[in-house]
Design a protein around this ligand. Structure first.
Ligand SMILES: CC(C)(COP(=O)(O)OP(=O)(O)OC[C@H]1O[C@@H](n2cnc3c(N)ncnc32)[C@H](O)[C@@H]1OP(=O)(O)O)[C@@H](O)C(=O)NCCC(=O)NCCS
Length: 165
């Protein structure tokens, strides 16, 4: 049936075109160090990303302090001129900590989140840090699924205690 064949061919065409677009997007992803000059863009991404908690530790001044204490450990992902992902990472000389991993929702499931994490872990290893922790809100099941999927495990033996000081 010619009409059915036409539809089948155009489906194939669209799949091939999508695959080519994906390949172009992937080849254009650039991971670079996060700089304080990115602040206005990253705070907008964080504030609009469900699953992330933004608080006084995320003021420009405090992010500046965090970056200078943890030089070269935090990254952004860019596609062209668009900043599409972030990760903050630091360590205290003993353990590494990851915060604010976020990928713009239109670019998810293309390996960007994992690339950002791998960049941080490589830097922690260079600093002889052998374990990295992170915090996930208990209602962020997608976030937890991601961390599980890339080889992190949820601790059942520890609770976090916090105090405002
Ligand atoms: C979590 C997040 C950063 C993942 O980013 P991403 O770029 O989509 O992730 P990736 O494409 O690098 O995924 C890497 C792997 O994890 C898998 N994965 C990604 N999200 C997943 C999810 N929600 N559930 C299960 N697996 C997931 C991918 O399929 C991929 O697996 P594969 O290599 O076997 O195909 C992104 O969904 C996000 O920004 N979420 C909102 C913010 C958030 O929750 N951050 C974490 C807070 S601690």
């Amino acid at each position: 049936m010619p009409e059915a064949k036409f539809i089948k061919n155009s489906v194939h065409f669209e799949e091939a075109a999508l695959e080519r677009m994906e390949a172009v997007i992937l080849s254009e992803i650039r991971i670079r160090e996060l700089k304080l000059e990115d602040y206005e863009t990253i705070i907008t991404l964080w504030q609009s990303t469900p699953g992330l908690g933004v608080n006084e530790a995320d003021s420009k001044e405090n992010i500046g302090i965090f970056l200078s204490r943890n030089n070269g450990l935090s990254f952004v992902a860019e596609i062209g001129n668009e900043l599409v992902g972030t990760i903050l990472c630091g360590h205290d000389g003993r353990r590494g900590f990851i915060y604010h991993l976020a990928v713009h929702d239109k670019y998810r499931r293309r390996g960007i989140g994992q690339k950002l994490v791998e960049g941080c872990l490589a830097k922690l290893q260079e600093a002889a840090i052998t374990k990295c922790h992170l915090f996930v809100f208990a209602d962020n099941s997608q976030g937890m699924d991601f961390w599980d999927h890339i080889g992190f495990h949820k601790r059942e033996d520890i609770h976090i205690y916090s105090k405002n000081i």
